[in-house]
Design a protein. Structure first.
Length: 565
């Protein structure tokens, strides 16, 4: 009877959101936990939900979820415990770097659970997020395939299986396209007004809306969009920023971006139907997706006919597979004419390059190649660690072995354990040549850019190329060794280097990649000449000519818009 009273009281306090009292009561009566493991879960969740929780609360919650898993007797509770453990790791690892140490424990518990229980959709979906942070793309893809084979109806699953294959060589663009034909089936259609009933002719200017869930501070798309907007013809266009994240994230580069829109619609709390209604009520004629499959919960807005012209650009370098997205903005380097059939959207090719960086406001200065002082070559890559494929690890390891005393600096926007990435290089025996910086160590964009001063030669990833990092590197006068690709996402580096007029840095294969890196590592004079050339000329190339780019962007949109009105 006493136990029942205690449990009823805990449930009452929890329902009343008195989370601190819940935690204190369970701690004070911890003898009861052995008989009622559900209390571990209630305690853990309370620590996550209480106001002003800190790192110690998060770690303590993880301990609670582990105990909940180990002491629970039923499958449903074990699954709940593992999912809570993984979700807590994923959602807090970028805030508290100490949390990334718990991913290996999450893996151990997850694999114990799978071995004991077998297939479960909720469990497998949680495992995908886990393996992403463990940088094990193959295991994540295998889970996704199992979910697909078991006829999962989850749009998140089918979107993830699409975009994760961009990181891997196993799919050709034809494979990807065949799979993309199924995408629309897993995303709902929404109620829309018929385009013919909306009085667009009442608009004094063409209204163009840019939709994103990534308008947060220092996100890469903010640097590619803000200057493009600044040069829009205000006599022809009225621009709308359709923001799908809380405005508290809008600062620094994203605040500049916000100010460059004519109108800003904060729709972060609106559901997709409400977003569509607001877009149509505002009579927006051109709707631009900046998200792609990375945000499956919001991309479905484009699965319906919301605006007369719907376009995909910048956020996702491949087809989304929706028939209601009319065009994918690209350039002649990214998609060859005979490959356009492998993209659902029609391909709209800009004259030079598919995007343009806004540059930085702080002063740019030429830095001598660090090797002159260090007496050894420092390579570098600041790409998301997910892009460091097995092929990349192999090639970079060869370079480090053959370039005497060379070093490799790595930094990723995705905080993961240093050991996870170092283990990939350990089998080649070069892990001691690698220095890893955590993104949380850098307070602002200038500090991040200053890190390029330590690098002699940047190395691009493949098959999923860097984009922002290559622009940043060249802005900093650091040359980038690239690799030829086979589709849009694997040719981004090619397009950047060709437009920078340094296409001799594009490799045809792994051997060529190694040779180019070694050539410049052994010829410091040539390397210095190349860096000087980049410093003098790069800002005059299409990479940073935002005015010219913006005019081309507008002209291309007008050319297709005029065909439908």
């Amino acid at each position: 009877m006493q136990d029942k009273y205690f449990l009823d009281n805990i449930n009452k306090l929890f329902s009343e959101k008195k989370f601190i009292k819940v935690i204190l009561e369970i701690k004070k009566n911890n003898y009861i936990l052995e008989n009622y493991p559900d209390l571990f879960n209630i305690s853990g969740v309370s620590k996550l939900l209480k106001s002003n929780n800190d790192k110690n609360d998060i770690i303590s919650a993880l301990d609670d979820f582990e105990n909940y898993f180990l002491k629970s007797k039923t499958n449903n509770k074990k699954i709940e415990a593992i999912c809570n453990f993984i979700t807590t790791c994923v959602t807090n690892s970028q805030k508290y770097i100490e949390i990334i140490l718990y991913f290996k424990k999450a893996k151990k518990l997850f694999e114990m659970c799978v071995e004991e229980i077998g297939y479960n959709e909720q469990l497998y979906v949680s495992g995908i997020g886990l393996y992403k942070y463990l940088l094990d793309i193959n295991k994540a893809i295998n889970l996704l395939k199992e979910l697909s084979k078991n006829k999962s109806k989850s749009k998140i699953v089918f979107g993830a299986l699409g975009y994760l294959n961009n990181y891997d060589y196993n799919w050709s663009q034809k494979n990807y396209f065949e799979y993309s034909k199924k995408f629309a089936n897993f995303f709902p259609k929404y109620q829309t007004k018929r385009i013919g009933t909306i009085k667009y002719k009442e608009n004094k200017k063409i209204k163009i809306g840019f939709v994103s869930k990534d308008f947060r501070a220092s996100h890469s798309i903010t640097y590619f969009l803000k200057e493009t907007l600044l040069h829009f013809d205000k006599n022809k266009f009225e621009t709308f920023g359709i923001n799908l994240i809380d405005d508290s994230y809008i600062k620094d580069s994203s605040l500049e971006l916000k100010n460059n829109f004519d109108k800003w619609l904060n729709l972060s709390t609106a559901n997709n139907q409400e977003v569509i209604n607001i877009i149509q009520d505002n009579k927006i004629e051109i709707l631009v997706d900046l998200m792609g499959l990375f945000h499956a919960d919001r991309i479905e807005i484009f699965n319906s006919r919301v605006s007369p012209l719907q376009v995909s650009w910048l956020g996702y370098p491949n087809t989304v597979g929706f028939s209601n997205i009319d065009y994918l903005i690209s350039d002649r380097n990214l998609i060859k004419n005979d490959e356009e059939k492998y993209y659902t959207e029609k391909i709209l090719k800009l004259s030079d390059i598919w995007n343009c960086h806004s540059s930085f406001k702080f002063n740019r200065e030429f830095i001598d190649t660090p090797a002159k002082l260090n007496k050894y070559i420092t390579f570098g890559s600041f790409n998301n660690f997910l892009k460091i494929s097995n092929e990349v690890v192999e090639v970079w390891s060869r370079i480090l072995k053959e370039a005497k005393n060379s070093k490799l600096i790595l930094k990723s926007s995705l905080n993961v354990s240093d050991n996870i990435i170092l283990e990939k290089f350990e089998k080649f025996g070069v892990q001691n040549s690698i220095k890893i910086y955590n993104s949380s160590d850098f307070l602002n964009t200038k500090d991040h850019i200053n890190l390029y001063k330590k690098i002699d030669i940047a190395l691009d990833t493949f098959p999923y190329n860097g984009v922002t990092t290559t622009f940043e590197s060249l802005w900093s006068s650091v040359p980038v060794i690239g690799m030829e690709g086979y589709n849009m996402n694997s040719r981004c580096g090619e397009s950047i280097l060709k437009n920078a007029k340094i296409d001799f840095l594009i490799s045809h294969n792994k051997e060529d990649y190694v040779e180019k890196a070694l050539y410049y590592s052994k010829n410091i004079t040539k390397l210095e000449e190349l860096r000087i050339n980049i410093y003098k000329n790069i800002l005059n190339t299409p990479l940073f000519n935002s005015k010219k780019f913006s005019i081309d962007f507008q002209d291309k949109l007008l050319s297709v818009y005029n065909k439908i009105i």
